[in-house]
Design a protein around this ligand. Structure first.
Ligand SMILES: [Zn+2]
Length: 272
């Protein structure tokens, strides 16, 4: 399996000289195996992915973790949505309130010039259930569990040929306000995972001011990865103010014999 990052940033796009290396686009990850592709989230990173996909007419499958802007705001700029006869299936996680069409409805107000009814692709929204196991989505086996996040949403596990990748973003592992999945349940869900992409927006020092915001610290993500005996942890959803220098330092300071830790970086592909 291959995991490629198109957007690594949480909350808001952060272009600038301090984010050149790890990237400033919001959430978008391509997971692929045997030419079967799943796009996780449609933050601003999906624009570049759309440019790459524009040259063919393969069906596109997008799986959304939730509807916060940084996970859907790139879709109005996704070229395949404007291609005639292009099939786009969007699997939408249940949120509070349930708004499976939010990715399209964001285009239907005075905030965007093209209403969603003018998109020429054949777009289907497929509502997902709260939790599920081994659902085949575009040929890949996907399981889901609820994230601990304001307005809810889902984390996913993708399996193919005995390799397993998990996409767990916008998740406050030790949430008090939005606890849907406790630590032990995360460990159980992730127990067969080889590569974990997990929210690591903050540091432990920053965490006390961010409680209830629905994100985890780098150390909390590491603790979970170790408990679940993960081999590779990819830190994701970097804080908007996090600089390349800081991420470089975190990564050089935290490495373990039994756990490889990587900071997600726009444009980088990881083989699992
Ligand atoms: Zn969110």
């Amino acid at each position: 399996m291959k995991v490629t990052f198109y957007g690594t940033r949480g909350s808001i796009p952060t272009p600038g000289e301090t984010t050149v290396k790890y990237g400033g686009n919001t959430a978008c990850v391509l997971i692929e195996a045997d030419n079967k592709k799943l796009i996780f989230d449609a933050g601003t990173g999906i624009k570049k992915l759309g440019e790459e996909l524009a040259s063919n007419n393969e069906p596109v499958t997008i799986v959304l973790s939730h509807n916060h802007w940084d996970h859907i705001q790139g879709f109005p700029f996704f070229i395949p949505a404007y291609q005639k006869n292009r099939l786009i299936n969007i699997y939408s996680a249940p949120t509070q309130p349930i708004e499976h069409n939010a990715i399209l409805e964001q285009m239907d107000m005075s905030t965007f010039p093209v209403p969603s009814k003018d998109l020429t692709a054949d777009i289907n929204i497929i509502p997902l259930m709260n939790e599920f196991e081994n659902m085949i989505i575009n040929g890949l086996c996907v399981s889901a569990i609820k994230i601990n996040h304001p307005n809810g949403g889902l984390a996913y596990k993708i399996s193919h040929n005995s390799k397993v990748v998990a996409y767990v973003t916008d998740n406050e592992i030790y949430s008090k306000d939005n606890l849907n999945t406790d630590f032990d349940s995360w460990v159980a869900f992730l127990s067969d995972v080889d590569c974990l992409v997990h929210d690591a927006q903050y540091t432990d020092l920053e965490m006390p001011l961010k409680l209830g915001w629905g994100h985890s610290s780098i150390d909390q993500a590491i603790k979970l990865a170790k408990a679940a005996k993960i081999k590779v942890l990819i830190l994701y959803s970097h804080a908007p103010e996090r600089t390349d220098k800081e991420l470089d330092k975190f990564i050089s300071d935290i490495q373990f014999d039994d756990l490889q830790i990587i900071a997600s970086q726009e444009g980088k592909t990881h083989e699992v």
